[in-house]
Design a protein around this ligand. Sequence first.
Ligand code: ADP
Ligand code: 5GP
Length: 192
Amino acid sequence: MSHDTQNIMVILSSPSGAGKTTISKKIQQKYQNFKISVSHTTRKPRSNEVEGIDYYFIDKNDFEDKIKEKEFYEYAKIFGNYYGTSKKSVLDLLKNKNDVLFDIDWQGTQQLSKYKELNLLKIFILPPSKEELKKRLIQRNQDKPKVVEERLKAYDADSAHKQDYDFVVINDNLENCFKEVEKIILKKKSKK
Ligand code: ADP
Ligand code: 5GP
């Protein structure tokens, strides 16, 4: 991966529903230089999701063609759908001297970690409890009950991967969590 050392690349991962998308969006809003890496997925869009902003929504055949063409830095199958980070979208962000935010899972984090030249900062977000996570998944009201169940079931296995990350932050109160993530990022940037 061609890489300009001035950029930092922050990975936010968590069990589904813990709040990483909400936090990524808050960082992007406050810090214009941070851009979220837009992934490709074969998942169907939620009603509030916008093509090219939340994801590039493509079908399974197109995704598998892109795998064959080696268009992804990393990809994974999660809850029965493919998700992946295309080389092109990241390189475009780096070219424009942006800092990059990745909202990807632990499998993608392991794959990106192999690029030793990257200035990665890996943060894992946890909910205060599994009960609260369930509430958030239901309250998000975007996934069918079976999908919510599947995501809850993955909680223990997903959480076990917190050890792969530089920092673990609990998202209880959203503002406090955001401030903590912000502090970690600013410290890393000041050390660059
Ligand atoms: P993820 O991207 O990790 O799957 P989201 O960012 O979509 O999670 O958050 C899941 C739901 O929880 C959303 O409805 C979001 O508004 C809500 N949420 C996020 N953080 C908090 C919080 N600290 N307290 C209560 N609800 C939250
Ligand atoms: P959701 O369906 O809730 O948008 O995302 C499900 C999971 O896929 C989340 O853990 C999210 O971080 C992860 N994800 C989203 N995009 C990518 C990607 O490009 N690569 C990988 N490995 N995971 C992704």
